[in-house]
Design a binder for this molecule. Structure first.
Ligand code: FE
Length: 189
């Protein structure tokens, strides 16, 4: 499916449903190098640092890929849904829940950790503290229990940890090509 990349100028009209996994990485290559999230790193640097942290932690392949792609929602067209929902819904066409659910839950994981661990909130980046309110703030008891009971809650918490570690300017990481085979290996459809 090379050559049908949505991010390439010559293929701007291609439907997102035509995209292959190469094009997912293409989004990070083409747009992620300029995009910032209010952090001192680009989206691509942030994604690579998160994936590297997951790899160093011995995370399963699906979770490494989730770490790499967890903020791809920021590179898709704006819509009414928050970025974690946009990203997970976009990725569902290729990946199973072991990739998409930790991504969908990575903001809920932050809200959960802020709720149960007062120290966690203090350790967040200034930008991440700032966005907490907009993301819904702390969880009430019902929402806390619902999060904890989710089958991918543990992986979402691990992803959150990698996310929080991945905001350091100037860190040497592997490049996107390093992760391409891994992305392909966990592709479910
Ligand atoms: Fe992130």
């Amino acid at each position: 499916m090379r050559g049908r990349c949505r991010w390439g100028r010559s293929n701007a009209g291609a439907s997102v449903t035509d995209l292959a996994v190469d094009d997912v990485l293409g989004a990070l290559r083409a747009r992620g190098r300029e995009a910032y999230l209010g952090e001192p790193v680009t989206v691509t640097e942030h994604s690579l640092q998160a994936a590297m942290a997951a790899e160093a932690d011995g995370a399963p392949a699906e979770l490494v890929v989730a770490a790499l792609l967890h903020d791809i929602g920021w590179l898709l067209h704006e819509g009414p849904r928050p970025h974690e929902e946009r990203g997970a819904a976009y990725l569902e066409r290729w990946f199973g829940p072991a990739v998409t659910e930790p991504i969908r839950l990575h903001v809920a994981a932050k809200r959960y950790l802020c709720t149960i661990d007062p120290d966690y909130r203090g350790r967040l980046s200034a930008e991440s503290r700032r966005t907490l309110g907009r993301q819904g703030g702390l969880l009430d008891e019902e929402a806390r229990e619902a999060f904890a009971a989710h089958p991918y809650a543990a992986h979402a918490l691990r992803l959150r940890h990698y996310d929080d570690l991945a905001k350091v300017p100037g860190v040497d990481t592997p490049d996107l090509d390093h992760f391409a085979a891994l992305v392909e290996s966990v592709r479910a459809r």
